[in-house]
Design a protein around this ligand. Structure first.
Ligand SMILES: [Zn+2]
Length: 134
């Protein structure tokens, strides 16, 4: 059996029965999880908004959440800055405002912010405007 090769040139990532081992973009190209995460890192480097997922940070972490891509490649951390109740929400009882630190590469972190419903939920993150000090 020859291993399948995706459009990024790698075999599908290790995965369980409920997942495919690759991500597809809008053009139908297939990328392994690491390459898909690398595209998110490119967006972070470029200061573009990204869509990610929140998961619970380990209890010894100083952050509330870990931020990862949907297959679970970790991009950074997030913490709650404020939370407020919502009525009639299908998702939860409160919206969390978070700040995130996302890693675009070795030693290169950017601050992002967004609003989401917490653990296990998708979140749209936008780059914080960073003032350059001289
Ligand atoms: Zn790849």
């Amino acid at each position: 059996m020859t291993p399948e090769t995706l459009d990024c040139g790698h075999p599908p990532s290790p995965h369980d029965e409920s997942t495919t081992g690759y991500a597809s973009n809008s053009q139908g190209k297939r990328y392994c999880y690491e390459c898909a995460a690398e595209m998110d890192r490119d967006a972070i480097r470029a200061g573009k908004p990204i869509t990610a997922y929140l998961s619970k940070a380990p209890s010894d972490s100083m952050y509330n959440f870990e931020v990862s891509t949907w297959p679970g490649v970790q991009l950074g951390y997030a913490w709650i800055t404020s939370e407020y109740p919502v009525r009639n929400s299908a998702w939860g009882n409160e919206i969390l405002c978070v700040r995130a630190r996302l890693q675009a590469g070795e030693g290169l972190w950017r601050e992002y912010y967004g609003r989401g419903f917490g653990e296990g939920m998708v979140i749209n993150l936008r780059p914080c405007k960073v003032k350059v000090t001289t």
